[in-house]
Design a protein around this ligand. Structure first.
Ligand SMILES: NC(=O)c1ccc[n+]([C@@H]2O[C@H](COP(=O)([O-])OP(=O)(O)OC[C@H]3O[C@@H](n4cnc5c(N)ncnc54)[C@H](OP(=O)(O)O)[C@@H]3O)[C@@H](O)[C@H]2O)c1
Length: 225
């Protein structure tokens, strides 16, 4: 009997903490050929990906920066599905908010979505965040957050230590839905809170630093509003 046809899916920012686990999961099913975008394919920071089971046959790392539409479009061409995971997750203040976090997250998301539209991708999953949802002092206490909940943009701007990141995720998710409404592209967003778990890479991501700080009693919560 012929083997079932494999879908090809792209994972942006494949070497990051969350994306590495997604790549591992996709490879483990055996159903997907995975293209992972990384900014530095030769760098040791992504070596853990090629060591994953099935990577030799089904994982290809391609160089792409989400701010460079043509690099993203090359990575996505021919893919059935895309998981857009890449975005900077700063661990402290952003000296240049536009360059450090707003442009890569907002323009980066739009570049990925445009490339998906051009490539006729069937579905795009954009990894947004709870920080796009719950950073809003006006949200009534006791009412569950829903698809109608959005972080307050002005409030984000006032809380600059982490607020630029919160603002970037809020605006990027809004732009993603606006682009989907305009073009008909099938876009789904997911809004995780704090992702914790084992690290595959040697570098420590921001969410793991936050978790370590909780354990060490560093801060109560970065979003205590
Ligand atoms: N971890 C959490 O608790 C959590 C919670 C909610 C949402 N999220 C979301 O999940 C996603 C992944 O987060 P993470 O915790 O896994 O962070 P991470 O380990 O820091 O990964 C971020 C990834 O984004 C890539 N990236 C940043 N700027 C880029 C650019 N201009 N072009 C291409 N790639 C770029 C990084 O690539 P390089 O390696 O080249 O820098 C890295 O692979 C983010 O969208 C984040 O907002 C995470």
């Amino acid at each position: 009997m012929a083997a079932p046809a494999r879908s090809t899916v792209c994972v942006t920012g494949a070497g990051g903490f969350v994306a590495s686990w997604l790549v591992k999961l996709l490879l483990s099913t055996g159903h997907y050929a995975v293209r992972g975008t990384v900014r530095d394919p030769s760098g040791g920071k992504n070596a853990h990906l090629m060591a994953l089971e099935g990577a030799g046959e089904r994982l290809r790392l391609v160089k792409a920066d989400v701010l460079d539409h043509s690099s993203v479009a090359s990575a996505i061409a021919g893919c059935d599905g895309v998981f857009h995971v890449a975005s900077p997750v700063p661990s402290g203040p952003c000296p240049d908010p536009e360059a450090d976090v707003l442009a890569p997250t907002i323009t980066g998301t739009l570049n990925v979505l445009k490339a998906c539209y051009e490539a006729k991708v069937k579905r795009v999953v954009v990894v947004s965040s709870f920080v796009a949802v719950g950073f809003n002092p006006k949200w009534p206490k006791g009412i569950a957050f829903s698809e109608d909940s959005w972080s307050d943009e002005e409030y984000c701007r006032k809380h600059q230590e982490f607020g630029w990141y919160f603002l970037s995720k809020t605006l990027a998710e809004r732009e993603a839905f606006a682009y989907a409404a305009k073009t008909g592209l099938d876009v789904v967003t997911v809004c995780p809170t704090l992702v914790i778990g084992p690290l595959m890479q040697s570098s420590i991501s921001t969410s793991v630093k936050i978790f370590l700080n909780y354990i060490k009693g560093g801060y109560d919560s970065i979003i205590s509003i």
